[in-house]
Design a protein around this ligand. Structure first.
Ligand SMILES: NC(=O)c1ccc[n+]([C@@H]2O[C@H](COP(=O)([O-])OP(=O)(O)OC[C@H]3O[C@@H](n4cnc5c(N)ncnc54)[C@H](OP(=O)(O)O)[C@@H]3O)[C@@H](O)[C@H]2O)c1
Length: 389
């Protein structure tokens, strides 16, 4: 299913015939596919087509979700009842207990930067439910699911990168999904994927960070930055974080060896040179950072621009200083699954923790967007959905 696309017409999902036997339901559901054209995002996805799915622990119904139909301010978000998704044979239906609002959500809501619309829809959003990460309880499993059971408390990221701002989400069992570490709350678990699942491949695969190397992390107090500082320390690097005065103590508490307060000092003006400059918030540039890179140093950024794409392609062809942009969303679900398991181990070992700035309810999601829009959050903003019906 495409949980983030809200069918414009009423679906028969939930009205399909079902034969209940104990906690097993053999369920036949009829959706928009039988009535006419589907939303493009649903094409080929069987949960809205005529299906017969064997599931365990299934209950019929709709769900609440934060929906937006046009790009704009947080006011475009509306809490609405939509059809509850149904898991395919290899999927798990998760009752969301916590999710987050990130800069990815606010960018996709506003349709800015414009380049993002190449993926989200030129004039209107293709996917109408935002939200990339979650933690919650497995409510039902598809007939071929063998890694998870009803009742498991899990965390992860949605397969499509959308759709978690809702009471339920469907995720492939082979996707970015794992049993929640027992030593953290569901709120903390919900906030792992945007930050750590992004920071890990940048540091390990692109920077190939080694013990003793020096790394500068710009945006060290954000969602990606707070994880990057801890992971870089885990890899044995000497870490310098860049943040404003208010966040200096936080960044030090994450293990940074040194912190540059950008309201007082400019990192490009110091004597220090770095093997890696990792800009997690897109506030610098390769050309500005070149002077503080070692001769074979790497500049990495999470934020896409035409310039960084050209520099990434250009510097990949030559020796010397490199520029790298990468997108977690383009990684395979298999890779993301493996990384989530690595992160789970680090969390259980006490090596990695997620930083929570504040909590909102699903009904307060517009306020959460307003706050994230300020670009001042520390770590993560959680949406708690404690009483998903
Ligand atoms: N490429 C990918 O795969 C990928 C994946 C996920 C997200 N992203 C992108 O990555 C970016 C960052 O995401 P995020 O969730 O980590 O952001 P975030 O948590 O919202 O970042 C907020 C932090 O940014 C800091 N900040 C703001 N201006 C700064 C500046 N001039 N210098 C240093 N720090 C500054 C703030 O600290 P102060 O208050 O101290 O300034 C604040 O703590 C977003 O643009 C997002 O779209 C990319």
């Amino acid at each position: 299913m495409c949980p983030s696309s809200v069918p414009r017409r009423r679906t028969l999902v939930g009205l399909g015939g079902g034969v209940m036997s104990g906690d097993i339901a053999a369920r036949f559901s009829l959706g928009p596919a039988a009535w006419g054209p589907m939303h493009p995002c649903m094409a080929g996805q069987r949960k809205y087509a005529l299906t017969a799915t064997l599931m365990h622990g299934y209950t019929d119904g709709a769900m609440q979700a934060a929906v937006y139909e046009r790009y704009g301010s947080p006011q475009t978000l509306e809490l609405r009842e939509v059809p509850r998704p149904e898991p395919g044979p290899n999927e798990v239906l998760v009752k969301t207990q916590a999710t987050t609002v990130t800069l990815v959500d606010t960018a996709f809501r506003s349709g800015r930067p414009w380049m993002a619309r190449l993926f989200t829809g030129l004039l209107r959003p293709k996917n109408q439910i935002l939200g990339t990460e979650f933690a919650g309880r497995v409510e039902a499993v598809g007939s071929e699911v063998d890694r998870f059971e009803v009742g498991d408390v899990v965390f992860g990221a949605s397969d499509q990168g959308f759709g978690t701002h809702a009471e339920y989400v469907c995720v492939a069992q082979t996707g970015a999904l794992a049993i929640k570490p027992s030593n953290i709350t569901v709120g903390e678990a919900a906030a792992v994927s945007n930050g750590a699942l992004t920071a890990l491949p940048f540091l390990r695969d692109h920077a190939k960070l080694r013990p003793g190397q020096k790394i500068l992390i710009i945006g060290a107090s954000g969602s990606i930055g707070t994880c990057a500082v801890q992971l870089a320390k885990h890899f044995g690097a000497h870490v310098t974080g860049v943040c404003s005065t208010a966040n200096v103590e936080l960044v030090k508490s994450l293990g940074a060896d040194r912190v540059i307060d950008y309201t007082k000092d400019d990192f490009t003006q110091g004597d220090e040179v770095y093997d890696v400059v990792f800009d997690t918030v897109g506030k610098s540039s390769f050309s500005r950072s070149k002077g503080v890179l070692t001769p074979r140093g790497i500049y990495m950024t999470t934020v896409i621009s035409i310039g960084i794409l050209i520099q990434t392609a250009w510097t990949s062809m030559f020796g010397g200083k490199k520029s790298v942009f990468a997108a977690t969303g383009l990684r395979s679900t298999v890779d993301k699954n493996a990384d989530l398991l690595v992160l789970k181990e680090l969390i259980e070992a006490g090596t990695l923790r997620t930083i929570i700035d504040s909590h909102y309810s699903l009904g307060q999601i517009a306020d959460a967007h307003r706050y994230v829009d300020t670009e001042r959050k520390k770590g993560n903003v959680i949406i708690a959905i404690p009483n998903a019906a």
